[in-house]
Design a protein around this ligand. Structure first.
Ligand code: WTA
Length: 660
């Protein structure tokens, strides 16, 4: 079995919290209001998935109905084959057709600029969004983008980021959004992999009062690849930028004379909607492919039932994730807009200008559903209760968490201090690959326990198994798998079918391997224990240890590097790197700094090690495998503030453990 499924790591936690008695009243009616309902409906969703999903799909608009609801088997699965639709239509036009054109679709909170104290706020109705999306869609067409062309988006959290994704969906051009914290090298790698010639960016993005030079990064990326032909630039920060005539175009210029209508492209249910790059075990990030119909139906339903979204009940939904990650795709934009509840987009940091920024926004907009990551919750705990306590958070009804396991202390704090002991917590386990929530409580039904993501969503046949596919006993660790196809599952890794099959469908026969280990307790609740591969989860962001290692060894001073995760108070997992140096290089604080800079430049600031140690050799087994567990122990036992330039001597330990 894997190291992480070690029984010692089982957390003893048996507090159970039932949904508040008045929950249904507080949300204008709970969709799923008891475990009896859940159990009955779940059984039906597994026994008759086609019947179940057809009913959900019928709640949305299709230009042509599908022939078959689901077909094929792992790894080649199709949903709603023959059906034609457009997700942008279902996000915007459908709302307008239902008479909600003047309702708010997006509430945008900008970062405070200058000394103004509070940020700029923009509210877009579905009508506004329709106009802006159509104009930009027409502009994209004028720039030569047509159905099937992959468009790269590298922007800050501004409304135009949502507008750009929706415009792409409208004209059938799959987008590949790159998180604004990634480096020019990361842009070039992704643009090359996707062969994407059009990049949409901003002059800059605001972050804690500073400008992140997005356009400069794109310019630098164009030095590393020949693929980029067109760069569209939104003016946001008014910072100085370089300009290449013919290649660069201002967003406002190309939109100026565009028609305010742009018909939706009729998309096959299985046409690609977007690519999203994520980290895996090997160095190269993989482009996860999501298609239109199944993703649309699944993110719509999970948004609706997990957050209990109800239009016309004065709800305001806020997911704090950046659209650069899957959470932003599914639960800022695509799953939320078809539900007709305003979605908040937030540009800045959680603690700028003050550590009460989130709570001030919750109070001002009367946010009802709030969705964030454990790393943010832990940071707020550390900053102190006085910040949330300054604000009236009574509007809140449902609290969500995602991205990494949440520790019970953070869960309890979230429940008490943010939720006033009156909001169910939905701890949602899912992945870039799954498209939407897989294991999650339903707020009006599921009894919750701090640290557990509880039960499978409808249609999800999740299990914990051995390598032979046999279910493990209660409370035993094993591999988390999904045994039946679901609508929003990835359809492939762009350009790499072999890796797709290898990664997800080869270790356990006939099942989707999630890459996490987990256990199930005596109440049938799932507990995620950790990754089984070389992926670490830093502040809820996935990083491959090999990605960081490759970037370290690409520095002239490093001959070998090993990267492991290390427990971190705020980030959940931090990054520890051990480097052996080439002849002629000596450990020094200066060299350490330049290595950190180097990783920041190669990947992005999120990949910078928290702890970097120089070592004369890496501990290895006789067969030459790096002893990662030993490195993890060393890293975990090391105070990251101590003198990092000390040479770590592994020879003795390595000898002792060489037969590990
Ligand atoms: C981890 C983010 C525990 C897990 C949506 C998974 C979680 C990886 C949870 C996917 C959770 C996500 N509890 N662990 N509620 N949610 N994870 O692709 O290891 O960025 O495999 O998707 O994050 O990360 P990704």
């Amino acid at each position: 079995m894997t190291e992480t499924s070690n029984i010692e790591s089982i957390l003893q936690e048996d507090r159970v919290f039932l949904p508040p008695e008045n929950f249904s009243e507080r949300v204008g009616g709970a969709y799923i209001d008891s475990m009896e309902t859940y159990t009955k409906m779940y059984a039906r969703s597994i026994d008759d998935p086609d019947g179940f999903w057809a009913e959900v799909a019928d709640e949305l608009d299709w230009f042509e109905r599908w022939n078959t609801v689901s077909s094929g088997s792992f790894p080649d699965v199709k949903w709603f084959e023959g059906g034609k639709t457009n997700l942008c239509h279902n996000c915007i036009d459908r709302q307008i057709n239902m008479g909600r054109g003047d309702a708010t679709a997006i509430i945008w909170e900008g970062e405070p600029v200058g000394n103004s104290g509070s940020g700029e706020v923009r509210e877009l109705t579905y009508h506004d969004l329709h106009t802006e999306v159509c104009r930009f869609a027409n502009a994209l067409k004028e720039q030569g983008v047509s159905k099937g062309d992959i468009v790269t988006i590298y922007m800050g959290m501004v409304p135009e980021l949502a507008i750009a994704t929706l415009a792409c969906a409208r004209i059938g051009a799959p987008h590949s959004v790159i998180f604004g914290g990634y480096s020019s090298q990361a842009i070039a790698d992704r643009v090359n992999d996707a062969n994407s010639s059009v990049v949409i960016t901003c002059d800059g993005a605001w972050r804690r009062g500073n400008v992140v030079p997005l356009k400069d990064n794109v310019d630098a990326a164009t030095e590393l690849t020949d693929v980029i032909e067109t760069v569209i630039v939104l003016k946001r920060c008014e910072n100085e930028i370089a300009w290449v005539k013919g290649r660069d175009h201002w967003w406002h210029d190309i939109c100026e004379s565009q028609e305010e209508d742009c018909p939706c492209e009729s998309m096959d249910a299985e046409d690609m909607l977007f690519l999203l790059y994520t980290s895996g075990s090997t160095g190269k990030p993989k482009g996860i492919i999501h298609t239109t119909g199944g993703y649309m139906v699944y993110t719509y339903l999970t948004s609706k039932w997990v957050f209990n979204l109800r239009p016309d009940k004065n709800q305001v939904y806020w997911c704090t994730a950046d659209v650069g990650w899957i959470t932003g795709h599914s639960y800022v934009i695509y799953g939320v807009l078809p539900n007709g509840v305003p979605t908040v987009m937030y540009e800045g940091a959680p603690n700028f200008p003050e550590p009460d920024r989130f709570w001030e926004i919750v109070e001002r907009h009367k946010v009802t559903q709030f969705y964030t990551a454990p790393t943010a919750i832990r940071a707020f705990m550390k900053w102190g209760d006085e910040y949330p306590r300054k604000h009236d958070l009574d509007s809140l009804r449902v609290l969500g968490t995602v991205g990494e396991p949440i520790n019970p202390e953070a869960w309890m704090w979230y429940r008490e201090i943010i939720g006033g002991n009156n909001c169910p917590i939905v701890d949602t386990w899912w992945q870039t690959e799954t498209g939407g929530h897989m294991l999650t409580p339903l707020p009006g039904a599921t009894p919750t326990t701090p640290g557990s993501c509880t039960q499978p969503f409808f249609g999800i046949d999740a299990a914990i198994v051995t390598d032979d596919g046999i279910e493990v006993k209660t409370n035993s660790g094993g591999l988390l798998v999904i045994r039946k196809p679901w609508p929003s599952m990835l359809r492939g890794i762009y350009g790499d079918r072999e890796r797709f099959i290898d990664t997800y469908f080869s270790r356990v026969n006939g099942m989707y391997l999630a890459g996490d280990s987990a256990r199930r307790d005596s109440n049938e609740n799932f507990w995620i224990m950790g990754r089984i591969d070389d992926v670490i989860n830093v502040s809820g962001h996935r990083l491959g240890t090999m990605e960081v290692e490759s970037s370290l060894v690409s520095h002239e001073s490093v001959v070998e590097a090993a990267v492991v995760g290390v427990p971190h108070e705020i980030k959940g997992t931090g990054i520890a790197a051990f480097c052996t140096l080439a002849n002629g290089f000596d450990p020094s604080e200066e060299l350490k700094q330049s290595l950190l800079e180097h990783v920041g430049k190669e990947i992005g600031a999120i990949a910078k090690p928290d702890l970097l140690k120089f070592t004369d050799a890496l501990p290895k087994t006789r067969s030459g495998k790096i002893m990662r567990r030993l490195l993890r122990d060393v890293a975990a036992g090391t105070d990251s503030n101590q003198d990092v330039t000390t040479l770590e001597d592994f020879t003795v330990l390595a000898k002792l453990r060489s037969d590990d």
